[in-house]
Design a protein around this ligand. Sequence first.
Ligand SMILES: Nc1nc2c(ncn2[C@@H]2O[C@H](COP(=O)(O)OP(=O)(O)OP(=O)(O)O)[C@@H](O)[C@H]2O)c(=O)[nH]1
Ligand SMILES: [Mg+2]
Length: 717
Amino acid sequence: MRSYKTNEIKNIALLGSAGSGKTTLAEAMMFEGGVIDRRGEVASKNTVSDYHKIEHQYESSIYSTVLYTEFLDKKLNIIDTPGLDDFCGGVITALRASDTGIIVINAQHGVEVGTDIMYRYCSQHGKPVIFAINQLDSEKANFENTIDTLKANYGANKVITVQYPISTGEGFEAIIDVLLMKMYKFKGDNGEREILDIPKDELEKANELHNILVEAAAENDEALMELYFDKGTLNETEMRKGISAGMAQRGLFPIFCISARRNIGTKRLMEFIINVAPYPNEVKLAKTEKGEEITCDSKGPVSLFVFKTSIEDHVGEISYFKVRSGTLTEGTDLINSNTQAKERMTQLFVVAGKNRVKVSQLEAGDIGAAVKLKNTKTNNTLNAPGNDWKYEAIKYPNPKFRTAIKTVKDGEEEKLSEVLTKMHGEDPTIVVEYSKELKQVIVSGQGEHHLNILKSQMTNEYKLETEFIAPKIPYRETITKIAQATYRHKKQSGGAGQFGEVHMVIEPFFEDMPKPTVFKVNNSEIKVNVKHEDIQNLPWGGKLVFYNCIVGGVIDNRFMPAILKGIMEKMEEGPLTGSYARDIRVALYDGKMHPVDSNEISFKLAGRQAFREAFKNAGPKIMEPIYNVEVRVPSDYMGDVMSDLQTRRAVVQGMSSEKGFEVIKARVPLAEMNKYSTALSSITGGRAMYSMEYAEYSQVPSDIQEKLLKAYEEVEE
Ligand SMILES: Nc1nc2c(ncn2[C@@H]2O[C@H](COP(=O)(O)OP(=O)(O)OP(=O)(O)O)[C@@H](O)[C@H]2O)c(=O)[nH]1
Ligand SMILES: [Mg+2]
């Protein structure tokens, strides 16, 4: 394949709700460009894009797939993405590498939750959007309704009709194009078309829409606006320029009509993309972590950003990258600025699914792949030697679903960890945590379906049987009032004995508390004089402050670390439920030593037991993690979603309406969010979405504390 220049390349992402027809459209585009000579079908498991076994099994895309085609002597890089929000990692990845989002809509359903999610991702990433109204050949297609909702949601003066169908359903065969003021008429299923004059009875409507389009095109460019006022119209080239500017500013979202399955309208959509969508050097500049803006210039120093990694049978790891600057040639040595490793770019490829075509060079703006890089992962930057740019890492959404996982057979823990590392590499939205605290391996993802797919891939592709178990909650323990305890550890057994006695006061810790001078506890006063203060920032959050207030050397200083160690042991395994304790201060003010029998073990045990007793009398409380949860739900389901939240001990913080959705913000204990994504989906028929983020620890209500205490006692027994 020949090498393409920066201004001969267009990068698009196909986005849209599940089943809208993205993969089918990608297939038609590659057919039009001649990359394939027969169009596959998702249901026949023979599309270029859905090539993974798991995609065949579900007949739907799970991963984002990099594809390309050559068209009108330009190169069109296409990234086909999965529609289900469980796999949004693929969408985020695609948005990083592409310059324009093509949002595919199933005209049978109109604007779906998935459509809105994709629109919002494009907004967040500042990408121009084209709406492709698909499946216009199906009987239930409703074009007008779809347009009305698009206009209502995204702006009546921004969503602009470039094409409309003369009729939909079985008879869908003609499209009026109000940019070219022509009619496209299709024959057969291979995209064959005739370009005709607009029939008389459509002229009035077409003219009206043409004028709206001209005005919208002029609106985003001052010079064009003047021209438009002078002439009262714009020619085709001027319109393209205006539409392009409008798209770049996200002030204009053009509408196209297609049937991906029957290959109607695909070619015209591709022509528009090639002629009007931005080139890689016409969009926002790529930024490095330090905030430097890098120009997409093929003459600059070579730098590339790895946006995706996959593992393929018989090949191993493939790194997909976008050349951000310079011209990358085969055999070049680059430096990974994240790992400092040297990488030789022995072979360069352009890819269409699992098919790779070798190329000798790739210019700034192009997308390519390399195999078996030694030390390079997703999100890394490779630079020409001497340069240390690091492009901003892709930020994935927080996990929405967590579960603990274990292998069915014992002894396969290491394999589990290897497989999980690989799967996280391919899909960074799978997050793995080896929790020492919970003694569980916790995997989190974007939904229950997401993790079920993970599990099924482990079984089928890695021959590893696993099971999901309920994840434990990382509770914390603390105290609410002051308490005192004395403990004497004494043991005499033949030879050397053990002896250590400590007296301590413990109380809740707050930031900026003054050092203690006197404690009022059990109707008496204990005066203290702090000799030494030790502030421990606990690895699990919160603090332990330890005061040595010993007078007259009743306990040697050399035993202090042992006493503190004893206390820390109990902090690590709290007396109530075995969870971590936090935010406590301890004053050691008295005790006893034995000249022969005292040793570190004795004082460690004494410290531990005294702390444990004091803790139990100090109004101990269990604390639980609280999350900020935001739910977006169509108004009809608001009531049901609210009642469900109420059963989850949610505290609603606010409600607002946004573009046909209600947004609920609430604080919910993590313990109540188990399987929330599944529940929400079943309440709303998959029409809602939510996100959650850790907020703080807060005390659990007393009835729940009782239950937790009881459960712990049972385990301990
Ligand atoms: N009638 C009709 N069916 C279509 C059209 N486009 C796609 N389909 C069918 O709709 C189903 C889903 O199509 P896909 O291409 O897999 O949709 P997708 O958007 O890639 O779906 P996900 O990958 O699951 O998000 C398939 O059975 C297609 O054959 C179309 O234009 N008309
Ligand atoms: Mg698909």
